[in-house]
Design a protein around this ligand. Structure first.
Ligand SMILES: Cc1cc2nc3c(=O)[nH]c(=O)nc-3n(C[C@H](O)[C@H](O)[C@H](O)COP(=O)(O)O)c2cc1C
Length: 173
């Protein structure tokens, strides 16, 4: 495939194992710029990105999530970075805006040789009794709620592409 954008989109996978390697400031800046370059409804940009490299905080959110989902796992897969996207509860497009931004981050990560996995699971911790504590620690603005997160790092594993389902498309002429 010649087109590098299409190649990057096709090569992205959800990576669920990461090496013990911190990301550089330059790498993080690239991811943040990709997030901020995403379109938003009415160009409101009412989202907020919490860029987390604090492993202790990730462990706290992991522990609370595992408690709620009643399963022992590392929901961040040992990634050195997690980006939490919160959105304004008064904007009906917050979830869509966050979804577009998170995919921009995933594609940007792939394009610079990093792996990522989009994470809905941490949402459980933001509905728990510790929700406001986490919202404060992550610096969510007052009117904002968790929308989606993404873990990024140097991949320690590869993964096959997901099966594509052609019957999910109708060509209406
Ligand atoms: C909105 C959303 C939430 C997701 N949440 C999680 C999650 O919490 N944990 C996880 O391991 N993967 C999560 N995923 C990743 C999906 O499982 C993955 O995209 C899907 O299995 C297809 O695999 P691929 O990304 O490698 O193509 C999520 C993906 C999306 C789009």
């Amino acid at each position: 495939m010649e087109n590098t954008v299409l190649k990057t989109i096709a090569q992205r996978r959800s990576i669920r194992s990461y090496k013990e390697i911190s990301l550089t400031t330059e790498q993080i800046d690239i991811l943040v710029k990709a997030a901020l370059d995403a379109p938003t409804a009415r160009n409101e940009q009412s989202w907020h990105f919490s860029i987390v490299t604090n492993k202790d905080l990730m462990s706290e959110i992991n522990a609370e999530t595992c408690k709620i989902i009643d399963r022992e796992m590392d929901i961040f897969y040992n990634a050195p970075l997690a980006i939490f996207i919160s959105g304004d509860i008064n904007n009906e497009y917050s979830a869509i805006d966050a979804g577009i931004a998170v995919e921009n981050i995933a594609i940007a990560a792939e394009s610079i040789g990093l792996g990522s996995v989009i994470l809905g699971l941490p949402g459980a911790a933001f509905k728990s009794e510790k929700a406001s504590e986490f919202e404060k620690k992550l610096n969510f603005p007052e009117t904002h709620k968790f929308q989606i997160a993404i873990a990024v790092g140097v991949p320690a594993a590869s993964k096959d592409a997901h099966e594509v389902l052609p019957d999910r498309i109708s060509y209406v002429k």
